[in-house]
Design a protein around this ligand. Structure first.
Ligand code: HEC
Ligand code: HEC
Length: 211
């Protein structure tokens, strides 16, 4: 009961924070496209096929989520020097434009490569969570098809690179991705109950997940 209350409370914090963000002007897709030439060197021309399998797909990701991550890379709150270096000298409007551009690109979905048993395990955790380990169902926030809910602050995860998802879930679990209290804390909670093996099968399942 207590954890349900905590969960509800954190959702309310998120909703309030995003209502505040919604008041901002929207990004300009064309202006974002012009800037994205340098980003394409790593994230691919289509925004979905990175030059390294561990680089995230950005295509079709929620604009608010993207904008928020870019702000946090720029400030160093999300501590990835490689990404911080890409954003030197960019204005808040530049970041909004980049976010709008990548959100407008069509997303790509992969195919799960795991065994039937692994996929079944992953689906069970994704849809139902692991009550005994305090892991909330991924679908509760990211949706049954991994589409997320940008208004509420939940990123799209369906179709994402396996390596990237493994790295992020591990980083949340180890407290390395601790960009902010309201959002990353939810994922640190969730990931703290996952084993390496569960992270691996989940990442594979999510790679093949589509709405
Ligand atoms: C040198 C390669 C490189 C370049 C150039 C680059 N990125 Fe990245 N980007 C990365 C890597 C690697 C990550 C994953 C970081 C991590 O480990 O969390 C990333 C992560 C991101 C994320 C977070 C995605 C998520 O799902 O949370 C966004 C957004 C992003 N990049 C946008 C951009 C934009 C916009 C540009 C151009 C201004 C850009 N990147 C240029 C390598 C690059
Ligand atoms: C209570 C809501 C909630 C639940 C449940 C939840 N997530 Fe998340 N997830 C979030 C939020 C919010 C973020 C963005 C956090 C941030 O900004 O760092 C996120 C981020 C992520 C990311 C990083 C996305 C990216 O592009 O970098 C992955 C991967 C992820 N979640 C996977 C999962 C999996 C797998 C589960 C189930 C085991 C799960 N989540 C359960 C809310 C949730």
């Amino acid at each position: 009961m207590e954890s349900v209350l905590r969960f509800t409370k954190s959702i309310m914090v998120v909703a309030a924070a995003f209502a505040a963000l919604t008041a901002q002007a929207a990004g300009n897709i064309e202006a974002g496209a012009a800037q994205a030439v340098t980003c394409a060197a790593c994230h691919g021309q289509d925004g979905a096929t990175g030059i390294d399998p561990s680089y995230p797909s950005l295509a079709g990701q929620g604009a608010k989520y993207l904008n928020r991550q870019l702000q946090m890379f720029q400030s160093g709150e999300r501590d990835v020097p490689l990404m911080t270096a890409q954003l030197i000298g960019k204005s808040a409007q530049d970041l909004e434009d980049l976010a709008a551009y990548y959100a407008s690109l069509p997303s790509k979905v992969g195919e799960a490569g795991g065994s039937d048993a692994d996929i079944k395990t992953a689906r069970m955790i994704y849809k139902g969570g692991l009550a005994d380990r305090g892991v909330a169902a991924c679908a509760a926030c990211h949706g049954p098809g991994g589409l997320g809910n940008d208004q509420a602050g939940f990123p799209r995860i369906g179709g994402q690179s396996v390596e990237y998802t493994v790295a992020q879930l591990t980083a949340y679990r180890e407290g390395i991705r601790d960009s902010d209290e309201a959002y990353a804390a939810m994922m640190r909670n969730v990931a703290s109950g996952l084993t390496d093996g569960q992270i691996k099968v989940l990442a594979d399942y999510i790679h093949g997940l589509s709405p």
